[in-house]
Design a protein around this ligand. Structure first.
Ligand SMILES: CC(C)(COP(=O)(O)OP(=O)(O)OC[C@H]1O[C@@H](n2cnc3c(N)ncnc32)[C@H](O)[C@@H]1OP(=O)(O)O)[C@@H](O)C(=O)NCCC(=O)NCCS
Length: 295
């Protein structure tokens, strides 16, 4: 049975699926399937469409940016596991070869997810690994507040924490972009409240000193969970309380807004956050990874 299905897919791919640059008429569909690929300002991405007699099977967007083109990909559910995704990636790699040294993923993916399996099978390798923690906000919010109160006298002077909504957007974008080269496009785009999937402007918190953005914790709310996407502090404030201030603020406000859990992640070498995760006995979730395909 399984052989029959695989053979059928191979025939469909080789006989009727073609991959070509998107036509003007297909561009709105690409935008619909890959909203994160379309910047509000700047050049439209390069678009490939895999289609056959039954319509569109999948779309791929390539962002022509420095240090590796960013890849966005979506295969429609009915056409999955037939080689469409792999064929789109192969075509994108052929287009980009000679123009850049690698293709890279736009967002982080869980190590155990189908996307990870797909990327590995296409030859992508891990470029960045984040440890992910899942905390019970109701229990840990007060623990964080107590930690911060106890450490209060060590808080560097002049630091203030406030919502993203009232922070200078350009300053936050500069800090995030500088820290997360790989994720810059995606994370910076989500600072804009008009993005289809924006960061929560009230729960996300920004750390300021003398009018300068020196830290940010950016996340979104899914029901009663806050998912922290970006947590960054200027190098001069690392290994201090800045990170704790940001985490405490988002957890406290989240709790006030009825949020019960928080998920956050950090690179293994970011001792501050790893230590906080350990002190809170937060549950570890599968690691989150960025991938790249060397050309
Ligand atoms: C991830 C995605 C692009 C895969 O597209 P696809 O056309 O189904 O992938 P392919 O058929 O080319 O798969 C190639 C190989 O990847 C791996 N793979 C693909 N989907 C997988 C899954 N759900 N679970 C495990 N492995 C998978 C397999 O090794 C597969 O080879 P096989 O079918 O011979 O075993 C598609 O599932 C999708 O669009 N998902 C939602 C959007 C998304 O996650 N985009 C981000 C992609 S980086």
């Amino acid at each position: 049975m399984q052989t029959a299905v695989l053979l059928y897919c191979e025939v469909v791919i080789s006989l009727t699926t073609t991959i070509a640059a998107a036509t003007n008429a297909q561009a709105p569909l690409c935008r619909h399937l890959l909203p994160a690929a379309f910047p509000r300002v700047g050049a439209a991405p390069e678009l490939l469409v895999a289609s056959g007699a039954n319509g569109v099977h999948g779309v791929l967007a390539l962002d022509w940016v420095s240090d590796g083109f960013v890849l966005h990909l979506h295969v429609v559910p009915a056409s999955r596991r037939c080689g469409v995704g792999r064929a789109l990636v192969a075509q994108a790699a052929a287009m980009a070869r000679g123009e850049t040294r690698r293709l890279r993923t736009a967002t982080l993916v869980f190590e155990t997810s189908p996307e990870s399996a797909f990327l590995r099978s296409c030859g992508f390798t891990v470029t960045r690994r984040l440890l992910a923690f899942d905390t019970d906000g109701g229990r840990y919010g007060p623990t964080l507040s107590a930690l911060l109160r106890r450490a209060g006298k060590h808080v560097p002077p002049g630091l203030t924490v406030g919502p993203l909504a009232s922070a200078p957007a350009a300053g936050v974008a500069a800090l995030v972009g500088w820290q997360f080269g790989v994720l810059q496009h995606d994370a910076v785009a989500k600072l804009d409240p008009r993005h289809p999937d924006p960061y929560d402007q009230q729960l996300s918190q920004v750390l300021m000193r003398d009018g300068v953005v020196v830290g940010a914790i950016l996340g979104r709310r899914f029901g009663n969970i806050i998912e922290v996407d970006v947590n960054v502090v200027a190098p001069s404030l690392r290994h201090g309380l800045a990170n704790l201030m940001l985490l405490e603020a988002i957890m406290r406000l989240g709790e006030q807004a009825g949020v019960q859990r928080a998920r956050f992640s950090c690179e293994a070498h970011v001792r501050d956050t790893v230590n906080i995760g350990a002190r809170l006995s937060a549950a570890r979730m599968p690691d989150q990874l960025s991938y790249a395909l060397m050309l």
